[in-house]
Design a protein around this ligand. Structure first.
Ligand SMILES: Cc1cc2nc3c(=O)[nH]c(=O)nc-3n(C[C@H](O)[C@H](O)[C@H](O)COP(=O)(O)OP(=O)(O)OC[C@H]3O[C@@H](n4cnc5c(N)ncnc54)[C@H](O)[C@@H]3O)c2cc1C
Length: 471
């Protein structure tokens, strides 16, 4: 139990990935830190629910092995990333087409261990410089006739020439530095896609559904710079899921903190530069306060802080005894013929998410849930997978209104994290509006705090290398 007289150098409000990562950096630098979390579990939006042996994410979260933050954030060393099959599977006109596959992947220098190995991040793909392969044979939708490649206008990737142009564009993007991407003129992702000289069918059949899935933004109102960064990560790496569920990230970070750092079930009701007041334990005094909640809660504690609009997201989990035959692919609908933005047999990607012999299908709807969401999703899934879904069992339908901040242009990827000496803020709303943005904002705020506390030292090196023991 916390005592009202408890004092710490820094009190962090919120145990999402941003707050936990900042706490990890602070404690590693010797700063006594307390993290207060209103919920009974750590993780915030990256929660994983356990239902009948299934592990169900609230977020249909897609990570990329190319996210630098997953490799440099102290506390994530134990994270295991489970990759989807290369590229994505596009459904169009009753057929499946694999798209966006990077040729000749090899382990990048410094990548930690082999794919699938416990205690290791999966290999980061080398930058694509080789030419992309030609059109791939469409994969047969189970229950339908095996199709031959068609390069007619309606196919999602267009002609062989269209695909070569797409490959060249993705390769160029993969090799472009962050500085150069951020120096490009900024508009919406939708406008930028149509100004890049790519055929409309490539944009509408592949890039639009892919970006919608990556950004949680069906209309592509997101800043083109943020969209370019997301596409670049797609081109550089493999889409993947954290083994064990989204909660693996916050759980890893929480485990890396000194025992007793995190206190759950404690709601902060007000903050100042030297104290926080909690609903359960009164006032706690400290040298500095870091508000690491989502944007709306942060604005309640810090009046005047901007509250962005949010993309609402609904995630639907089903189980079936007859797994659809799409292996570990991420399936997108190029025809946009229903509410599902992306879907996958996630138990094929990460078997730990379902009991042995059971199948877990997770589908993401970009938008609010309605009374008939499950019915509409099942009907759409039947078309996408080409199998009847009437007998699939619904495990959960989870809706989050404030899932991801809208990042319209002009979008500042470096919103201030230091409000006053003693009062700081971090979270996805200060940066790129996603997990990697939340982690980057934690890095920036820890640097600011350590500087103000006179303890600064280079970030990303918080863990000293183990000293070799004499035999
Ligand atoms: C359904 C869904 C889909 C998503 N899909 C994607 C995606 O595809 N790609 C992507 O990049 N991102 C996605 N996201 C967003 C991603 O999950 C977030 O960017 C990330 O989790 C933000 O972490 P955070 O630490 O900034 O905030 P949060 O995870 O919101 O953590 C804040 C914490 O503060 C706590 N808190 C709030 N108020 C108080 C208080 N007064 N006192 C104490 N504690 C408090 C909360 O309980 C919470 O635990 C999705 C989110 C959802 C919900």
């Amino acid at each position: 139990m916390l005592k009202p007289t408890y004092q710490a150098d820094v009190v962090v409000v919120g145990a999402g990935v941003a707050g936990l990562s900042a706490a990890r950096r602070l404690t590693s630098a010797g700063v006594s830190t307390v993290v207060l979390e209103a919920a009974h579990e750590v993780g915030g939006r990256m929660a994983t629910e356990k239902v009948d042996g299934f592990r169900l994410d609230r977020v249909g979260r897609l990570l990329s092995t190319a996210y630098a933050e997953l490799h440099v954030t102290p506390g994530l060393e134990e994270l295991v990333l489970r990759p989807f099959a290369p590229g994505v599977l596009l459904h169009s006109d009753g057929r499946h087409h694999r798209a966006g596959v990077q040729p000749g992947s090899r382990r990048a220098r410094g990548a930690r261990s082999a794919m699938g190995a416990r205690g290791a991040l999966h290999a980061v793909r080398a930058l694509a410089s080789a030419p992309r392969p030609g059109p791939r044979r469409p994969v047969a939708v189970p229950g339908r006739q095996v199709s031959v490649p068609r390069n007619r206008g309606g196919a999602p990737l267009g002609t062989a020439l269209d695909q070569a142009r797409l490959g060249a564009a993705l390769n160029r993007l993969a090799g472009t530095s962050t500085e150069r991407l951020l120096a490009r003129p900024e508009t919406t992702a939708a406008e930028a896609l149509h100004g890049r000289g790519l055929p409309a069918r490539t944009v509408d059949g592949f890039l639009r559904p892919l970006l919608a899935a990556l950004l949680c933004d069906p209309e592509l109102v997101t800043s083109s710079r943020t969209a370019d960064l997301a596409l670049r990560d797609f081109a550089r790496g493999r889409l993947c899921l954290p083994e064990g569920g989204a909660e693996a990230l916050p759980q890893s970070l929480a485990r890396s903190l000194p025992p007793g750092t995190v206190h759950t079930g404690v709601r902060v009701t007000s903050v100042s530069t030297t104290s926080v007041t909690t609903a359960e334990h009164g006032e706690l005094r400290c040298a500095a306060v870091l508000v690491a909640t989502g944007a709306r809660d942060a604005a309640e504690l810090l009046p005047g802080l901007r509250v962005p609009d949010f993309h609402p997201v609904t995630v639907v989990h089903h189980t079936t005894d007859e797994p659809p035959g799409t292996d570990a692919s991420l399936l997108l609908d190029a025809d946009r013929g229903g509410p599902v933005a992306h879907t996958a047999v996630v138990s094929a990607v990460d078997p730990s998410r379902a009991p042995a012999g059971r199948t877990l299908v997770t589908s993401t709807v970009l938008g609010p849930a309605t009374a008939d969401t499950d019915t509409a999703v099942r009907a759409h899934l039947a078309r996408l997978y080409g199998v009847p879904t009437a007998r699939w069992e619904t495990l959960a339908v989870r809706h989050t209104a404030d899932a991801a901040p809208v990042m319209r242009p002009p979008h500042d990827l470096h919103r201030p994290v230091r409000l006053l000496a003693g009062l700081y803020v971090c979270g996805d709303h200060r940066d790129g509006g996603a997990v990697q943005g939340a982690l980057r904002s934690a890095d920036r705020v820890a640097t600011a705090l350590l500087t103000d506390l006179g303890l600064n030292r280079p970030m990303h090196t918080a863990d000293p290398l183990p000293t070799a023991r004499a035999a």
